[in-house]
Design a protein. Structure first.
Ligand code: E4P
Length: 231
């Protein structure tokens, strides 16, 4: 059940340099990948990449299946899950995906139901036994629907049902404001592109404040040196 108010930060990338850097900030609780993100890492082997991520981040690491039928998803899922206990198998929010979730759950394998665009998909995914559901906030905003309202609706539906333990993983995060909005709407996790996390820590007044403090410090040191010279 989602109680809201405490959102974990995941990184949405398959780029090992980005993951290593973001992990050093101490804020990462997990990583999500998808076939498009993997395709950006030219020449990288999928299994090696996922296993390298598990060494960098101690938390759920999502690896996506590419089969269109449940048998194929289950087969891929079992293979991925054998790579590391932290691997979460991503399946699409389709009827075949639901079958795969139920079968993988029976095998003790955790799933992430991805490409979720309405609360019915999320509810059925939860009922089938998904570990997390991934509503895509930015892609809904792109078609003039509210991704944040979807997070809120799923959180409300899950909160009404004590049996649901599925977490809400807000995906397709496009800007820092999204992170706060999904947190307030009841998401358990926000998976963010590297760029969005960098932007999240940027503020012109922080940079200006650092410059002012350093200038004042240097001026103070110059005064001390000058007064030491005259004494
Ligand atoms: C989630 O797990 C997906 O990888 C991701 O958030 C998709 O976002 P996009 O709309 O930026 O491709």
């Amino acid at each position: 059940m989602s109680l809201g108010g405490s959102v974990k930060i995941f990184l949405d990338t398959a780029n090992l340099r980005e993951i290593e850097e973001a992990a050093s900030w101490g804020v990462l609780s997990g990583v999500t990948t998808n076939p498009s993100l993997m395709a950006r890492e030219e020449g990288a082997d999928f299994q090696e990449t996922i296993q390298a991520i598990t060494r960098l981040v101690d938390g759920p690491i999502s690896a996506e299946t590419v089969s269109e039928d449940a048998d194929g998803m289950v087969k891929e899922g079992k293979t991925y899950a054998a790579w590391h206990p932290n691997v979460i198998v991503k399946v699409p929010a389709t009827l075949e995906g639901l079958k795969a979730v139920a079968r993988l759950k029976d095998e003790g394998i955790r799933t992430n139901v991805t490409l979720c665009f309405n609360a019915n998909q999320a509810l059925l995914a939860a009922r089938a036994g998904a570990f997390v559901v991934s509503p895509f906030v930015g892609r809904l905003d792109d078609i003039s629907e509210s991704g944040i309202e979807l997070i809120q609706e799923i959180a409300d539906v899950f909160a009404m049902d004590r049996e649901i333990e599925t977490q809400i993983l807000a995906a397709s995060i496009r800007h820092p404001r999204h992170i706060l909005e999904v947190a307030k709407a009841g998401a358990d996790i926000a998976t963010c592109p590297f760029k969005v996390l960098v932007q999240s820590m940027k503020h012109p007044l922080t940079d200006k404040g650092i410059d002012m403090f350093l200038d004042d410090w240097r001026r103070r040191e110059a005064v001390q040196v000058a007064s030491a010279g005259t004494s």
